[in-house]
Every structure is written in C-alpha cells, then in structure tokens.
Write a protein that binds this ligand. Structure first.
Ligand code: C2E
Ligand code: CA
Ligand code: CA
Length: 755
C-alpha cells in the first residue's frame, strides 16, 4: 500500500502543496456532484457520464485509461461494456479477468468502496469501484493509472464520492431515458390521435348526409353542419344535449332503445321510415343508418332524406290508382274493389253488390264540336254528379274515355240499386253548366247485381258493358240489367272459349308489329309483336277480348307458344333479307300466367334455336302484377330469362301497383310508361310532372324508358323535351301486318329515313 506514497521527483513541500491543491479541486468536484447527478439532459449516453467521472478523478489521479464492466440483468455476472482506449480493450479484458480471479472484483462489489490492485503484468495500478445506488448495481469501474504520486486517503474518499455520484447519475440517466421514451411514445400517440381525430371530423362533416353522434340514451353529442341545417337549428343549439327522439315524429312513445332495436331488425331493402320534424315544423321522411362509433357506447346516426322520392312514389301511387282528370279511382283500383266484393259475396251469400257501367251518350260529338277543354270539364262534372249520388262506401271510377263504373257495396236488393241508378240519371235532367255554355248530357247504363253465379271480375265488367250497349241500342238515356241480356253473352263467351282451342290448332292467330322508335334519332329501334285472332265468322278479334279468356282457361300457354314461333320465324326471315334488321329489337308480351309456367326459359331457348335466331335482341314485356303475389318466384323467373340474354321491360308502367322500389330491385332494362299518362301530358301539369320524374328516375337507375301511345306531335315534342329516349304510338305507326313491316325495312335499307 505504499504505492501511493512513492514519488522521488517531488520535495516534501511540493508534495504537500500538490496534495492540498488536489484536495481543493476534489472538494469543488464533490460540491458539483449534485449537479452532476441531475444534469442528465447533458448526457447523450453512458460514456458521457463515465467521461465526466474520469474528468473528476483525473484531477487527482494520473489515469491512463478506464474500463467499465456492466452488471447483467440477473445481477450475477459482469461484462465488458466499454474501454475508452480501444487499443487497450484486450489488455483491459485480460487484466479484469485476473482481478476477478483474484477476488478483487467481488470484494469491490460487496464493499462498495475503492480498492486498488496491480495489473497482472504490473504495468498499471488499477483503481476498482462498483457503480451502484442503493437500489441497483450498475457494474464495476476500472481506472488504469499511470505511475505517479497519489494521496491515498483523500483519493479513496473522493473516488468513493465520485463513483457513488456516477452510480446515481447512471440511475438518473436511465430514468430520464425511460421518461424520454415514454414521452416520445406519448407525443406519437397524441399525433396519431389528432390525426385520426381530424380524419374523423372531416369524414363526419362530409358524410353527405345529416349526421349526428348520440349516446346510449339518444342524447346528441355532436352534429355535423348538414344536420344543423337539416334540423333548422344552429350548431350551438345542440350544446344542451337535445335527444334524437325530439326530432322524430310519432312522438312520446319513441325512445332510442326502440330505434336501435328496430334498426337491428331492419333489412336493407326496406329500411324503416321515420318522420323528421325540423325547427320550422317541416315534416321530412328519413331513413336512419345507425352504427356503433366504437367509443364510450356512442352511436353515429345518419339521416337519408327520402322525402322527394316518397313524394314521387306517393304521386305515382295516387296516379296508379286514380284518373288524373277527374281524380276518381281508375280501372285498376276499381277492379281491385270489385274483386273484393266478389270474394265477399262468395263467403257471405247474403251480401250483395251492384256494378253499374255508365257511358255518356254522344260525348264524342261534344268533344268534337266544342273542343277538348269543354269535353274534359264535362267529364269532371259528370264524375262529380255520379259521386254525389252514391254513399261514401261505394266506389265511382273513371274507366277510360267517357266510361264510368260504380260499385255499390252491401245493398239489400235490386230495388236499392234501382233507386241509386235513377238518382244518377236524375242528376242529368238539368243541363250542365260548363263555362258559359249549357250542355244537355244523358247516360246509358248497364247494371249487374251480384248472383250466386261464379263470376270473375272481368266477366262481371264485360257483362255490365254488354248491358250498357243494349241500353244504347234501346235508345240511350236508360238502364239495362245484365240478366236481360246474359244468356246471349254467356253463349258468346262459351263460344269464344270453345273456339279458342280450335283456333290455336287451325292457326287463326296472326301477328301485327308496331314500330318502336328511338326519339332522339327518329329511327326505328324495334317492333312489338301484337297478336290478333282472325275469326272465320266474327272477323278480327282484338287481344283484349280473347287474352283474358285464354288466361282464365289456361290456353294462354299454347297460344303464347304459337305467338313466339310466328314472331321468331318472321324475325329470322327479316334478319336474312335485311342487314339492318339484325340490330332491330323484337318485343313480345308475356302475361303473368305465361311468366309463371315452369319451363318458360327453356322453351324460349328451344324455339329461338329452332328458328335460328339469337336472343340478344329479344325483349320480353311483363307487367308489374307479376311482382304482387310471389316476389321470390318472380325474381327467379326474371333471372332465368335474363340468363338467356333477353331484355326485360315493364309494360303499362304507371297503371298498376307502380312502385319505384321494383325498379331497382329487379334486373329490368326498359320501362314502358303507360298511354294513360302520356295522353294528358300536354294538358295536365300533374301528369307532365309525373312523367318527368319517372324519366328522371329511369335515367338515374340507368334504365331505358319508352312512352306508349304517342298520338300527336305535341306529345312527341313534350317527350323529346324531357329527353324521353324511346316511344311508340299511332303518331309513328299503328300495328302493321308483317308484309308492311317488311316493306318498311326494305325502304330503310335503301336509305329512306322512317319518319
Ligand atoms: P300493350 O302491350 O300495352 O300493347 C299496346 C297496345 O296499345 C296495342 O293494343 C296497341 O295497338 C295499342 N296502341 C299502340 N299505340 C297506340 C296509340 O297511339 N293509341 C292507341 N289508342 N293505342 C295504341 P292491342 O294490340 O289491342 O293490344 C292490347 C293488349 O293486349 C296489349 O297491350 C297486351 O297487353 C295484350 N297483348 C297483345 N298481344 C299479346 C301477346 O302476344 N301476348 C300477350 N300475352 N298479350 C298480348
Ligand atoms: Ca306491350
Ligand atoms: Ca303497354
């Protein structure tokens, strides 16, 4: 241990001076140690800390180099972490191994004080000290000293202080690093949160729909700009937690739990509608889309405003069941009520109804001499007069043209009906006042009283119609009951039904074709095949007379097959003769009974194959009544047909159970807007609006649209103004025999532009 006292170059005084100077510096150093332990931010790594310690020790000791051995995590072993002079690494390793072997290192770790030893080759004195705090041992510090005088007592103390401080500095540094890392993580997390918050806010603001966030009780937590506008409130008005139910109609019994429950059960095709009432008390119809926000039991609710769509649908519904001119129920609604009455009669034989078929006498001459406006006004007034003569529960309908139908429900006997019929006739004893003109109008009536006889609604109407004709024959302005003519009519009907079967075998049916036009190019786009019956005695019978009979008797299947065969053969012949006919479209009508036959698609394929034509240019016209009974079956049939390559069009759209919903639910290609809507398009703003909104909807749904029954240029121009793409009607051509169509195609081939 006299090691430290050696120093022949120094005199005793010099030595003392040196010692006291070192001690002073060391004391200063000790004083600055507190600062050293805490100035962690200055250190980039542990080496900086050691450097600083060595700098302190170097004031008193001639340090050649140092090594630090770090304690492993388990606290069992030390491993070289760094040697400040890289050339000495191996040397230091060997020296420390020796010190370990000699037990010096273990002692230093245990005693936590400064030990000194000689390196194995005795070149260096080595100062050994553990670096530790009360809670953790970091490792062992080895200072390799050059030769020189050292005041051991002071050095020991100060080294211990410095080493302890270094231990704490390490601990602080480690903590700092940890805090720093945590802080970085926090900053990153905050950044991510604010990023996703911005994203969320942006999405929320721009959902395209009024959107809100609500809590589990429906209290509104956030609203987007669109919702504020939609609700008629300012954003700040939502600070006091309004509830979503405050806006949804049908009021008091509505709570958010119920809305959630309903939303869960809703299916996409038929979402539940709610009435949304805004601050201006405007009622809107909305669909709700509710999804979990994923935060604190909150929900995001967006509102789709379907008011315009619903309004169009409502108008369409009204239009579908009402006559646009008189606003009375139309043919469809009437038939429906009549069907109900017939069913009731079957179930309750004591129940009786009466059906009155009314036709105005000589209406045509009024129309022709006084003009359409007077004619229309007259029809409106007649409708009112008839309606005034019956009870609320009865139905008065305009059947078309100047025909009206009355259904009297639950009447006691024929006498009751007689009274009502006379009352109606009585209304017209006085002339009607139309503008400044007085017009005398009379009516002819055919009346059917319900009987035990099993009648279909078409038969019932036909019988009443026949009786009305009998009334006309008897001199007009009177009524005739069906039983007065019935036998003759029934005979005729039976005759037709009998004949129908033979007629199919004998080939008495033939087709006419009506051109379908492209309204933007004024070019022929296709033809619709329309069947006729050339009866040997009765002459040509129109389809409206025999198709219902064919349907009821099931003969429609065989008849339909004949029609397809004829049409396909004609189409094949045209395609062979005229190159342009290959692009021509052929439309065929299918009634519901035909649609529901089992092998329809396969049959059509077979027939097309036999005729040698493809099916890509074939369109099948079906009516919406197909959808009423069995949606699933209808959908399957349509898909089977579409798989053949044919197109599907909806015939007579706007007259039946018109629902916009079918249009996007079924794979439909074309919508044929019924003649009844086109008829009034030039005179009646409602009709114009309805047709316009139908056309708009079709365009939106990527459906083709065709106007039926265009009879004059004014109608055509209106339709062209509305961008109606296709049209059909007498204005272009009535249904024509096949040879006329052939001539037409020949002309087109020669460059003649059809109309
Ligand atoms: P639809 O399918 O609506 O056929 C159009 C009807 O309107 C045709 O009467 C046509 O002659 C008539 N029409 C076309 N343009 C005008 C016009 O500008 N003014 C007027 N007033 N009428 C026009 P049609 O040929 O008497 O056919 C009546 C209905 O019979 C057809 O109505 C269709 O439902 C049915 N039908 C015709 N052929 C067949 C067929 O082959 N199979 C089936 N299942 N039904 C058919
Ligand atoms: Ca048709
Ligand atoms: Ca039609």
């Amino acid at each position: 241990m006299e090691l430290f006292n050696k120093g022949p170059e120094f005199s005793q005084t010099e030595r003392l001076e040196k010692i006291s100077q070192s001690a002073m510096e060391a004391l200063e150093l000790c004083a600055s140690m507190g600062d050293y332990q805490t100035s962690v931010t200055k250190f980039k790594n542990r080496k900086d800390i050691f450097q600083r310690a060595v700098q302190g020790l170097g004031q008193m000791l001639p340090i050649a180099f140092y090594a630090f051995y770090a304690m492993d995590d388990a606290g069992f072993d030390i491993r070289l972490e760094l040697v400040d002079d890289s050339q000495k690494t191996d040397y230091a390793g060997r020296a420390v191994d020796d010190l370990i072997d000699r037990g010096v290192v273990a002692l230093a770790l245990r005693e936590k004080k400064t030990l000194t030893a000689m390196s194995p080759d005795r070149r260096y004195k080595v100062l050994i000290h553990s670096l530790a705090t009360t809670s953790k041992t970091y490792g062992v510090f080895f200072c390799f000293l050059k030769d020189g005088p050292v005041e051991k007592a002071i050095v020991d103390k100060i080294t211990t202080i410095i080493m302890k401080s270094t231990g704490y500095a390490l601990e602080n540094f480690e903590l700092y690093q940890l805090v720093h890392q945590k802080n970085d993580e926090l900053v990153e997390k905050n950044f991510q949160v604010s990023k996703s918050e911005a994203l969320y806010r942006n999405t929320f603001e721009n959902t395209g729909n009024p959107t809100i966030v609500v809590d589990i009780r429906g209290a509104i937590v956030h609203v987007n700009g669109q919702f504020a506008e939609f609700s008629g409130f300012e954003r700040r008005d939502f600070a006091d937690r309004r509830n979503i139910c405050d806006f949804l109609g049908s009021g008091s019994n509505m709570d958010f739990a119920k809305i959630l429950y309903i939303a869960e059960k809703d299916n996409q095709d038929a979402p539940t509608e709610y009435v949304f009432i805004n601050s201006r008390n405007e009622h809107k119809i909305v669909f709700l889309k509710i999804s979990l926000l994923g935060l604190e039991d909150q929900y995001i609710v967006s509102f789709a405003d379907v008011t315009p769509l619903k309004e169009a649908e409502r108008q369409l519904q009204f239009q579908a069941f009402h006559d646009p001119l008189t606003c009375l129920p139309n043919r469809v609604l009437f038939q429906d009520r009549l069907k109900q009455a017939i069913k009731k009669k079957k179930r309750y034989p004591a129940y009786n109804y009466a059906l009155i078929f009314i036709d105005l006498d000589r209406f045509k001459s009024v129309n022709d001499t006084m003009g359409h406006n007077v004619g229309d006004e007259l029809l409106i007034q007649v409708g009112k007069c008839i309606a005034q003569s019956v009870r609320e529960i009865d139905t008065v309908a305009r059947f078309g043209g100047d025909e009206f139908l009355v259904l009297l429900e639950d009447i006691q006997d024929k006498e009751c009906c007689d009274i009502v019929a006379r009352r109606i006739l009585g209304q017209f004893r006085e002339p009607l006042q139309i503008g400044d003109q007085e017009i005398i109008m009379t009516l002819s009536m055919g009346i059917l009283i319900s009987t035990e006889q099993d009648l279909g609604h078409t038969d019932a109407i036909r019988l009443a119609d026949m009786s009305m004709y009998e009334a006309k024959r008897q001199g007009r302005n009177c009524m005739v009951y069906t039983h007065q003519i019935q036998n003759r009519e029934i005979e005729q009907r039976l005759l037709l039904e009998n004949n129908l079967q033979k007629a199919i075998q004998k080939g008495e049916f033939f087709l006419q074709y009506q051109p379908l036009m492209n309204l933007s190019s004024n070019q022929i786009y296709g033809v619709e095949a329309l069947v006729r019956w050339r009866h040997p005695e009765l002459g040509i019978i129109p389809p409206n007379t025999f198709i219902p009979i064919a349907e009821e008797s099931g003969l429609i299947i065989a008849l339909g097959q004949k029609i397809f065969e004829i049409a396909f053969a004609d189409f094949a012949a045209w395609s062979g003769k005229f190159p342009m006919a290959k692009d021509l479209n052929l439309s065929l009508n299918l009634s519901v009974k035909q649609m529901l036959q089992n092998n329809l698609a396969a049959d059509i394929k077979k027939m097309a194959g036999a005729a040698g034509i493809g099916l890509d240019n074939i369109t099948l016209e079906i009516t919406e009544s197909l959808f009423i009974d069995d949606m699933d079956r209808a959908l399957k049939t349509i898909h089977d047909l579409k798989d053949l390559g044919v197109s599907i069009s909806i015939d007579d759209f706007g007259t039946g159970y018109s629902s916009l919903r079918y249009l996007n639910k079924f794979p439909i290609d074309l919508v044929k807007i019924d003649k009844i809507l086109i008829d009034n398009i030039t005179g009646n703003q409602t009709n114009y609006n309805i047709v316009a909104s139908m056309l708009e909807l079709c365009a939106k749904l990527d459906l083709k649209a065709m106007a039926e029954g265009i009879e004059d240029l004014a109608q055509l121009e209106k339709l062209q103004g509305m961008n109606c793409p296709f049209g059909q009607g007498y204005y272009f051509a009535a249904p024509q025999d096949r040879n006329v169509i052939e001539e037409m195609l020949a002309k087109i081939c020669e460059g003649f532009n059809y109309r």
